[in-house]
Design a protein around this ligand. Structure first.
Ligand code: MG
Length: 390
């Protein structure tokens, strides 16, 4: 029996790699639906190759163009399109690899329909982890993490009740060896020069500031139900240990491998089985030589500290953290602000925020929007960093 899968975000980095996994295992998977934002050339190619029943585009004009090009294909549009695809119980699994808060609604829709979710969207658990967990309790659906760290922890945990601590590894990014002073005013080019992983620009900036790791800590808290004080970030420049779990007897189980996003994607899609559809080279301890570890410097990586802080505060604080960071990172990528303004802005937004406890979905959306508006106005007022002065 082929697994029917839908890939939301099929033209992005994770979506394309997921389709490469499908390519290697044509007898295991059948594509029910694909969804993308606006990349009409690539999705047209994918439609011809994978012959999905349904396609959704975020962009309305792109949807209309596809309807013309592919008569007979059901073409949907926007967030509603993502939800309509995800809630169809015909799916065995839905890969949610769209970016932003948009990932939340199809994730909840799939869970409500008892459809498993392979989650590659950070905002879902950061902003609404409690709501997702409540829905999961009432559902038969499984939530399978795609991110390499959470996939590693998932692979290391047999019984969560015996777990003492989660150890989330981080490569340390391009500023691991640099001083705070050097890092503060780093150029966009320096920041995007990530030593280990090739990813989109937004997540690459987040990896340089360790905000990405901070968001992963919040996700791990929700995914595995572990207290923030029992989640430790370990800098591990070789990126060979993808994360680890410490048990109550002190034993540590780590998941290792040659860095490749294909493997955690494939693990989520084929779970509970492992597959040799895509495989890395054999693991060579001698070639790797040594594994090293460092404590993160919370003064330098202020974003990591702020993420822990907002996670522990809970309520709508992680919504603010995520929204403020996203707007600031895009402003940095557009060279409107220097790098250090990212954490200053996030801290500012968090300090101004009045926490809502047990927020509803509507609260979350409103706080997200208000934070974005606030940060945009903040950046506009920020006279010192007019683009002309950069
Ligand atoms: Mg990661």
């Amino acid at each position: 029996m082929k697994k029917k899968i839908s890939i939301l975000g099929s033209t992005g980095s994770i979506g394309r790699q997921a389709l490469e996994v499908v390519d290697r295992m044509p007898d295991n998977f059948e594509i029910y639906a694909l969804a993308a934002a606006h990349n009409i050339e690539l999705i047209s190619e994918q439609i011809r190759k994978y012959n999905p029943e349904v396609v959704s585009m975020d962009d309305k004009d792109a949807a209309l163009a596809l309807e013309k090009e592919f008569p007979g294909l059901t073409v949907l549009c926007g967030n509603d399109g993502l939800v309509e695809i995800a809630q169809n119980a015909i799916n065995d699994i839905v890969l949610v690899s769209v970016t932003g808060l948009n990932g939340l609604f199809p994730t909840l829709a799939a869970i409500n329909s008892n459809v498993d979710v392979a989650l590659a969207n950070k905002e879902t658990l950061v902003a609404a982890g409690d709501i997702v967990n409540e829905r999961l309790k009432k559902s038969k659906a499984k939530l399978l993490p795609v991110d390499s760290e959470h996939s590693a922890i998932h692979q290391c945990i047999k019984d969560i009740s015996m777990v003492r601590k989660l150890l989330i590894t981080a490569s340390g990014g391009p500023f691991r060896d640099k001083s705070l002073e050097d890092m503060k005013n780093a150029s966009v080019e320096q920041t995007l020069n990530h030593p280990k992983w090739h990813m989109g620009n937004k997540i690459t900036v987040d990896s340089a500031t360790l905000m990405n790791k901070g968001l992963e800590v919040i996700e791990a808290h929700h995914l595995f139900g572990v207290d923030y004080d029992d989640i430790e970030v370990v800098i591990h420049p070789q990126s060979v240990i993808h994360s680890a779990v410490e048990y109550n007897d002190g034993s540590v189980i780590a998941q290792m491998g040659i860095p490749s996003m294909h493997i955690p994607i494939q693990y989520a899609l084929t779970y509970p089985e492992r597959s040799e559809g895509i495989k890395t080279d054999s693991f060579d301890f001698y070639k790797i030589g040594q594994l090293t570890f460092e404590k993160p410097d919370f003064k330098k990586f202020r974003c990591l500290e702020l993420a822990y802080h907002s996670g522990k505060e809970g309520g709508t604080n992680p919504v603010v953290l995520n929204a403020a960071n996203e707007v600031a990172v895009y402003a940095y990528l557009e060279k409107k602000i220097p790098l250090y303004r990212i954490w200053e802005i996030v801290e500012d937004a968090l300090s101004k925020h009045k926490t809502l406890r047990n927020p509803s979905l509507a609260d979350i959306i409103e706080v997200d929007k208000n934070t974005r508006d606030y940060v945009k106005s903040l950046i506009k007022q920020d006279k010192r960093f007019e683009p002309a002065n950069m």
